[in-house]
Design a protein around this ligand. Sequence first.
Ligand SMILES: *[C@@H]1O[C@H](CO)[C@@H](O)[C@H](O)[C@H]1NC(C)=O
Ligand SMILES: *[C@@H]1O[C@H](CO)[C@@H](O)[C@H](O)[C@H]1NC(C)=O
Ligand SMILES: *[C@@H]1O[C@H](CO)[C@@H](O)[C@H](O)[C@H]1NC(C)=O
Ligand SMILES: *[C@@H]1O[C@H](CO)[C@@H](O)[C@H](O)[C@H]1NC(C)=O
Length: 430
Amino acid sequence: MKLNILFSCIFGIGPASFLARADWVDEQKKHAETNLDANNKPSWSQAEYHTPNDLFLEFSEIRNSRAFIDKTFFLHEWLTHRPKHWYVTAPPGFGKTALAKMAVQFLNASAEIVDGVEKFHDRHKTAVYELFQGTNIFEMKEFFDQHFQNYAVIYVDLAPLSNTTEAMYLKQDDFNTQDFHIYFRLVIKKMMSYYPSLLFHQSLTDIERERFREYLENGMETAVRPTLFWNCVSFLKEMLKKTLKKEVIVIIDSYDALCKPSMVGDLSKLQRPYIGSYIINFSKLLLQDRLATVLYLGTIDTRELMLLKPSDVGMQTALSITHTPFSTDERLAKYFGLSKQEVDDILSKHSMEEHLGVVNDLLNGHAVTGSSLTLFNTKYVLSYIEHRNASTIAFTMPSTTEILHHYRKIFSVELISNVVTPCVYKIKLR
Ligand SMILES: *[C@@H]1O[C@H](CO)[C@@H](O)[C@H](O)[C@H]1NC(C)=O
Ligand SMILES: *[C@@H]1O[C@H](CO)[C@@H](O)[C@H](O)[C@H]1NC(C)=O
Ligand SMILES: *[C@@H]1O[C@H](CO)[C@@H](O)[C@H](O)[C@H]1NC(C)=O
Ligand SMILES: *[C@@H]1O[C@H](CO)[C@@H](O)[C@H](O)[C@H]1NC(C)=O
């Protein structure tokens, strides 16, 4: 019984979120129906397209769980003090994706298309408003008023690209053969799928509507060319500006997804320069709009991601993304991972105060340069709580074997292995 309570709280499947979820689904159904009635002209109907509500559900689960730690001030830091095109890196498990989902919920305007025209919901009456009630950012009245549900947000998760095994330049490419393009289309399709109702907006031209429908159905246009792949985010941005008439914010998660195949993939099937220039071209099209706000999140920083060709190194290029590693900036660091105080708070909520010492020894955190702050890996702490009576060995082993497994090719390079292996094992011995 106790365990049940623990689990339902960690995963937030509490009664409150069930309610919120049910209400929300009902709402969505109602909207879909109204739209159908109003738009029976097109041969395809809105019901054919499924709007994912995963971002809302996941944030509401976190918000309603005992593991919720309020990082909402991140929004203020980002939107008032940071560059327009900003890449933040932090290790896996430090809550980047949770932060991204929170940001989408906070910023994204709640709207629907009725009779071909956009109609905004009263933002003080949305399910999302309720989720933010009582959070830190809710108290910053002016900021809240200015930014809450006041944008059209594009969410792009590049994670599927990390599974790429084939990416070569082919002269007669059909964009259907290599898994690189297949994953890219998956990413694009998902990104578009948050906005199927735009199809029903009266201001779209027939050509735009057709292009948009192709993206929704296939993740690409029929007359596909590389430029159309790179341009997909900009295309959606234009459609959103045209229909919702809101400023567009783009959030790109796992921006470094292609680094993994580039590092450990089979290089007879993967051309690194091809992958590198693909991602450069993709980002450059976004950067052309200097005023657009784009947040990039990832773990690894490479020249390619900063849009530098090897030949450009040392040159000041006009287009650039500003990179901040979370661990070099105390003001930023506190939004990632968990501080000792936050770990203590979560443990207390689970009546596990006496475990702080063990957690501290096991997961002795990530130091922040030039500060006394030490941060814990959120994923590991939550996993510890979940497996509170599992043996400590079972708990610490996966992270080391995981690293060795993922990067085994790197470890096979003697030079790297000589440097890295002692570090890994020193940590283990401690
Ligand atoms: C933003 O809100 C609209 C509805 O108002 C929704 O259709 C869309 O999926 C949301 N966008 C994201 C990225 O969740
Ligand atoms: C990569 O592929 C594996 C195995 O098919 C799958 O379990 C995993 O979810 C994929 N990763 C991503 C980020 O899509
Ligand atoms: C990226 O763009 C440049 C210039 O437009 C082009 O020469 C290059 O082939 C493109 N990269 C890929 C992977 O298509
Ligand atoms: C693990 O902890 C839970 C809750 O404290 C307890 O009910 C359960 O019996 C424990 N399991 C083992 C194998 O010790």
